[in-house]
Design a protein around this ligand. Structure first.
Ligand SMILES: [Zn+2]
Length: 415
């Protein structure tokens, strides 16, 4: 590395360590910020010589990054931004901290994908899904897909691993060739991870016609855009690889959505030459991810934490949750997005018949939604009140970002 980059990297590590020592989080944002101030090309310098995978999408990227890191670990040491700092400051800090590793797996905020592709020149990028998120500041889904598509065109050698079940992702991953400018479409490996949420992809991003669905198939009624044949699929409790071999996947994470994340991780690792048969057992070493899916026993209740940040992830959380008393907690602080009108995009009907409790800064917004949806509920002011209000046994907790962190703090920062 050039001298400036070496100095920037060293200062970045020191700043992050000081921030940690001062008890101000894991320091990755401040460390990366200072490093990039000293050398604006620091992320590119730290990426050089490493084989890198990027993981992006609206939902599931933290968990998929963790699973992919485990799978690629078959080959050697892997740098990763494991604490969800998924912007260039976080990537810079993660790589500076890791020292020299042959591999890196980085979670990337979908808005920063183009910038991080340019800086890191990765070997492979995984495109998980696109759906509405943080209505007061996130881009429209079609606009995100357009940005991704334009970014991929600039990297023709990039391998793309993408979700065949999400029309917006399929369109983004398949930019047309532009022979005049020497552009060829990237090579795409398709995985099928299922998609419960369809309400951001009824309109074709190519031609504006309606997209139709039947079973797992989807197709545009006005142009050739349709679901590609996936190379990697989830079947029963395992993953079918492109050769037709089936691998049983034993995860410590719940839900079909995490089997899909496992299929994605195996597909990305395969782009580095990792055989699924070698990687699959490592996926079972991933327990909870920054508190997500963590289980805590308190006063005879087995409390399980599920994070749900936007309509698509709420649907997945309902699917994962046991039919048991359920606490929902909603805040609308800065990291959550300030607009809670998305609550009306979620159908809470699956919770009918369960004991439902609500809490959080914006519990009353949730109360109105549940009332309209015909779901009886009880409001509690504090987390402990919820624990006392349910019988011994399982208590499912589904919360959005800062509400989740509040409850995690109540449970002594459970991981
Ligand atoms: Zn179309």
């Amino acid at each position: 590395m050039p001298l400036r980059a070496k100095v920037a990297s060293s200062v970045s590590r020191t700043a992050a360590a000081l921030s940690r020592a001062a008890g101000r989080g894991d320091g990755s944002v401040i460390g990366g910020w200072i490093g990039l101030k000293i050398d604006p090309d620091l992320l590119a310098h730290l990426s050089a010589g490493r084989a890198i995978a990027l993981v992006s999408g609206t939902n599931g990227k933290t968990t998929t990054t963790r699973l992919t890191t485990a799978a690629v670990g078959v080959l050697g040491r892997v740098a990763t931004n494991s604490f969800g700092a998924n912007m260039p400051t976080g990537h810079t800090s993660a790589l500076a901290k890791a020292g020299s590793t042959p591999y890196a797996v980085l979670e990337v905020d979908e808005h920063y994908l183009a910038q991080v592709l340019d800086a890191t020149e990765p070997h492979v990028v995984a495109l998980l899904n696109l759906s509405r998120d943080q209505l007061d500041r996130a881009k429209e889904v079609a606009m995100m897909a357009q940005l991704w598509r334009a970014a991929l065109v600039r990297h023709p050698d990039l391998r793309v691993v993408a979700n065949a079940d999400d029309p917006m992702v399929v369109w983004a991953a398949t930019p047309p060739a532009d022979p005049a400018r020497g552009h060829v479409p990237p090579q795409v490996t398709w995985f099928s991870a299922g998609q419960r949420w369809h309400d951001d992809s009824w309109v074709c991003p190519e031609c504006g016609s309606t997209i139709q669905r039947s079973g797992e198939q989807w197709w545009c009624t006005g142009c050739p855009l349709r679901r590609p044949q996936p190379h990697w699929t989830v079947e029963d409790d395992g993953v079918l690889d492109p050769t037709g071999a089936w691998h049983k996947v034993q995860l410590q994470l719940p839900g079909k959505v995490n089997l899909g994340n496992a299929a994605t991780a195996l597909a990305v690792a395969a782009e580095f030459g990792v055989r699924p048969v070698d990687a699959v057992s490592r996926l079972g070493t991933v327990t909870s991810v920054a508190g997500r899916y963590a289980q805590v026993d308190r006063d005879g209740r087995n409390i399980r934490l599920l994070l749900a940040k936007n309509p698509a992830s709420w649907l997945e959380a309902f699917d994962m949750a046991d039919v048991a008393p359920t606490l929902l907690s909603i805040n609308a602080r800065d990291p959550d997005g300030l607009d809670t009108s998305w609550l009306f995009d979620v159908d809470f009907a699956p919770l009918r018949g369960r004991q439902v409790l609500i809490t959080g800064d914006r519990a009353y917004d949730l109360a109105v939604r549940l009332d309209v949806n015909g779901v009886p509920f009880q409001h509690v002011r504090r987390f402990d009140d919820a624990v006392r209000a349910v019988p011994p046994g399982r208590l499912e907790v589904i919360a959005n970002y800062t509400a989740f962190q509040d409850i995690r703090a109540e449970l002594d920062r459970v991981n």
